[in-house]
Design a protein. Sequence first.
Length: 288
Amino acid sequence: MNRRDFFALTGTAALTLATKKASADEIPLKKEFVGVLTDTTRCIGCRACEVACAEANGLPVPDVENDNALEQPRTPSETQLTVVNRHNTDAGEVFVKQQCMHCWQPACTAACLTNAMYKTKDGPVIWRPDKCMGCRFCMVSCPFSIPKFEYHSWNPKVQKCTMCWERLQQGEKPACVQACPADALMFGMKRELMEIARVRIYRHPTKYVHHIYGEHEVGGTGWLYLSAVPFEQLGFRTDLGTTPYPDYTREFLYSVPIILFGLPALLLGMSSLTQNHEEEPDEGIHNE
């Protein structure tokens, strides 16, 4: 391999990669996403959403009357895809439902090597068992620590809220939304939910903090929240920023093919040039 072939090979690899990156960045999202608006000022802590979620997903139904689950903070688990927590705030006692946030650009799907964690065209992020290899990168990449692994199962799954994807395909609302007796949950298109949230803040400026959690956090999420107190008092992460998490690693991931293909070409070229140099006849003074 001469110098011309060497640089042609590495240049072609870089050009191909750049073209693919530009094409990927130019693909628009044509379908409008759905979401859920949670108004924490309306939640009464009845946990009907927990019961409905468990029944819809074939999971153990919590005993909301006797389990005293509100006595301490909880997080979603492999047996409970959504939980309600009680918080003591400046405005008194506030109940907050927690589940997968269904990010617009999810870190879990970007980290998944087999596309098992999948962002649907309608917006919900689902897990596809037939594609999962069990690497659990989705768990460590999620900024909200939502996906959970069934460590004690002989056929383990990665469990998380799917926004009742199967129900949505049948034209039904998520089970938690349908079960809420206080109208604290509203399902619809995110654009419409954002308008409703802004109107509530505008009409009741002293009732709500002027922030819709999920509008911009980590690039935006499908689950939105309204609150009467700063969100940090409700256990929300307020240090996430507005940049989608996949953006932090995109440049690195695009550089991986260059390393994988460019480095071997570089080493091959250096080896070829070195061998050619060693095979050149010695033009110095020879002793006869």
